[in-house]
Design a protein around this ligand. Structure first.
Ligand SMILES: NC(=O)c1ccc[n+]([C@@H]2O[C@H](COP(=O)([O-])OP(=O)(O)OC[C@H]3O[C@@H](n4cnc5c(N)ncnc54)[C@H](OP(=O)(O)O)[C@@H]3O)[C@@H](O)[C@H]2O)c1
Length: 261
C-alpha cells in the first residue's frame, strides 16, 4: 500500500524541501522504493533523526514490534511526531498509546490507488496540523479520491466496503471470466471483456444521476437475457449473501480492533 499511496505525496513534499527515509526489516522493498522515489532507505530505525511525521505501513500485527523499537530509541521527536497509520482496524488511541504521541492520522486506502483510481478515507485527531492534512489530501488525490471523515468510527465502518471492496469485484470478475473462458474465449480476452464491462458500469454509475437499481433496470427487459440471470441472483439470495459477507467483514474489523487494544 505504501508504494501505491506515497509517491505523489513524497514528490510534492520533496519539492518543498522535506526529507524522507524508508525502513523495512528485509531492506529489499525499502531499497527499491527509495531508488524509485529519490529518497534514502535506512537499515535500522535508530538512524531516524529529527522526524516530524512517521508513516506506518506494516501489518496491524507488526505494530508492537515497531513501537517497541521506536520507543527504545528514546527520542523526543518520536513523541511529538504525527503518525500516519494505514493499519486496518487499529484505533488512534492504540497508536497514541503505542508511540506516546497524541497526533494520529488514519488513512484507509485501497489497492486501485496503484492505478490512480483509489479510494482513501482519512480521519485525524484534532491535534494534527491543517498544513499536514492539506498536503496529505493533495498527495492522495493523485492516487484517486479522498474522503475526509468526521468520526473515527467511520474508518472502521468504511473498511469492508472500500478497503476490502476491490477483492469482492476481483472475485466476481474471476467467476465471470472463468465462465467465459469455458465457453471458448481465451483467458486474456475473457479477463479484458469482464474488466472493461465492470469499468464501463462503474463509469456509468459515476456519470449518471440515476440509482444503480435504475441503471440495472435499464439493461433488463422482462423475459430477456439479463432478466433470466438476475432472476437466478434473486432466487439464490445474492442480496443476503452480500449482506452476510459485509457483516462478517465488519465483525472481523471490530475483532482486530479489540486484539490491538
Ligand atoms: N492491501 C490492502 O488492500 C489494504 C487496504 C487498506 C489498508 N491496508 C493496510 O495497509 C497496511 C499494509 O498492507 P500491505 O497489504 O501493503 O502489506 P505488505 O504488502 O505485506 O507490506 C507490509 C510492509 O511492512 C513491512 N514491515 C514488516 N514488518 C515491519 C517492521 N517491523 N517495521 C517496518 N516495516 C515492517 C514489510 O517489509 P518487508 O518488505 O521487509 O517484508 C512490508 O514492506 C496494513 O496495515 C493493512 O491493514 C491494506
Amino acid at each position: 500500500m505504501v508504494s501505491a499511496l506515497l509517491p505523489p505525496f513524497i514528490k510534492d513534499r520533496l519539492a518543498c524541501g522535506d526529507k524522507f527515509y524508508i525502513y523495512t526489516p528485509s531492506g529489499n522493498s525499502a531499497l527499491l522504493f527509495a531508488k524509485e522515489n529519490g529518497i534514502n532507505s535506512i537499515t535500522h530505525l535508530s538512524e531516524i533523526d529529527n522526524v516530524d511525521t512517521i508513516w506506518l505501513g506494516m501489518k496491524p500485527q507488526q505494530l508492537l514490534d515497531v513501537s517497541t523499537v521506536i520507543n527504545a530509541l528514546n527520542l523526543d521527536c518520536t513523541k511529538t511526531a504525527t503518525y500516519v497509520s494505514l493499519l486496518a482496524g487499529v484505533s488512534s488511541a492504540t497508536i497514541s498509546e503505542s508511540f506516546l504521541s497524541s497526533k494520529v492520522i488514519r488513512v484507509m486506502p485501497n489497492t486501485p490507488s496503484k492505478v490512480g483510481f483509489g479510494v482513501s478515507a482519512i480521519w485525524s485527531t484534532p491535534t494534527v496540523t491543517n498544513e499536514l492534512l492539506d498536503s496529505l489530501e493533495i498527495g492522495l488525490s493523485q492516487t484517486g479520491k479522498s474522503f475526509i471523515l468526521n468520526d473515527e468510527s467511520d474508518i472502521d465502518t468504511i473498511t469492508p466496503y472500500s478497503g476490502s471492496g476491490p477483492a469482492y469485484f476481483f472475485e466476481i470478475a474471476r467467476h465471470m471470466s472463468n465462465d467465459l473462458s469455458k465457453r471458448g474465449f481465451s483467458p486474456d480476452v475473457s479477463k479484458e471483456v469482464i474488466a472493461l464491462t465492470m469499468k464501463g458500469a462503474a463509469e456509468m454509475m459515476l456519470q449518471s444521476s440515476e440509482s444503480s437499481q435504475t441503471l440495472r433496470d435499464n439493461v433488463t427487459s422482462k423475459g430477456g437475457v439479463t432478466f433470466e440471470a438476475l432472476k437466478v441472483f434473486e432466487e439464490k439470495g445474492l442480496g443476503i449473501i452480500i449482506e452476510e459477507a459485509l457483516k462478517a467483514a465488519h465483525k472481523r474489523t471490530m475483532e482486530l480492533k479489540g486484539d490491538k487494544k
